[in-house]
Design a protein around this ligand. Structure first.
Ligand SMILES: C[S@@+](CC[C@H](N)C(=O)[O-])C[C@H]1O[C@@H](n2cnc3c(N)ncnc32)[C@H](O)[C@@H]1O
Length: 250
């Protein structure tokens, strides 16, 4: 199996190493995650068409990711049930792969960052019911793409960086960390941050719909909120990431 990072939306994020792997694959597993919509699946197909040599046979197997019960009272139990269902699903895909054929999961961005595929494969290996080998091909994450588009480093020399979620940012900026990258923030946690920080915000980075806003957070948050809301209304969904950096005392 290959777990291939495909980058954050620009087909040119695909690395030479990924292209080499794509050309060895017989079956691409396309997992429809529900909130991940048709546009994200379309990019995966486009990448295959663009980078796989003409004449090479391959096929797609599409499956729907198990639904997660977000209303359940027992949150941990619901998450565990959902993880088990997903492991069963992926295990079935791997078990159905004919002997000698190569399968691949095409993972958005980089497989090491806020993606469950590698943990699921570890769990399948632990269960020991199906045998497989896997190789991971790194991809350009939304974090790298965001920093590049803003033409900024993620940290000033020697400083720490924390990558976190919108839900965790709700507890405030972490102590001792000058640079915080926020992903998976459906609830705009930046609106409640009152610290003296600069923000580098990006939505749909690397795609034709890319939006970038940067500046002092307190003077910029209203603009981000407005730009974000109108893009979300237009497209029906939102993918944004931002870097918050403490300003140095002048
Ligand atoms: C489930 S995580 C997947 C991250 C991915 N593995 C990576 O390396 O970028 C999805 C989150 O990544 C971020 N994201 C992914 N693609 C993005 C893009 N093109 N522009 C901005 N943010 C993006 C958003 O914060 C989104 O909520």
């Amino acid at each position: 199996l290959f777990v291939i990072g495909i980058g954050a939306g620009d087909p040119e994020h695909v690395t030479v190493q990924a292209v080499r792997a794509l050309n060895q694959v017989d079956v691409f597993f396309l997992v429809d995650k529900g909130d991940v919509n048709e546009e994200l699946l379309a990019l995966r197909r486009e990448i295959c068409e663009r980078y796989i040599e003409p004449g090479r046979a391959y096929r797609f197997v599409e499956v729907a990711d198990p639904a997660r019960d977000r209303t359940a009272d027992a949150y941990t139990a619901a998450v565990e049930a959902w993880r088990d269902a997903r492991t069963d699903l992926y295990e079935g895909l791997v078990a159905d792969l004919p002997d000698g054929e190569v399968g691949a999961f095409l993972v958005w961005g980089d497989p090491s960052l806020y993606d469950g595929t590698l943990l699921v494969l570890d769990e399948i290996a632990r269960r020991g019911r199906v045998e497989f080998e896997h190789e991971v091909i790194p991809g350009i994450s939304a974090v790298s793409a965001l920093a590049a588009r803003h033409r900024v480093p993620l940290n000033r020399p020697g400083e720490a960086i924390q990558i976190t979620t919108g839900r965790r940012l709700r507890a405030g900026l972490p102590d001792g960390v000058d640079n915080v990258v926020v992903m998976l923030d459906g609830g705009q946690a930046y609106l409640d941050i009152e610290d003296d920080v600069d923000v580098y915000w990006g939505a749909f980075v690397g795609t034709d719909d890319e939006l970038l806003v940067s500046g002092d957070l307190q003077g910029t948050k209203a603009e981000i909120e407005r730009v974000r809301a109108s893009a979300k209304a237009r497209k029906g969904w939102m993918f944004d990431t931002y870097l918050l950096r403490r300003r140095l005392p002048s």
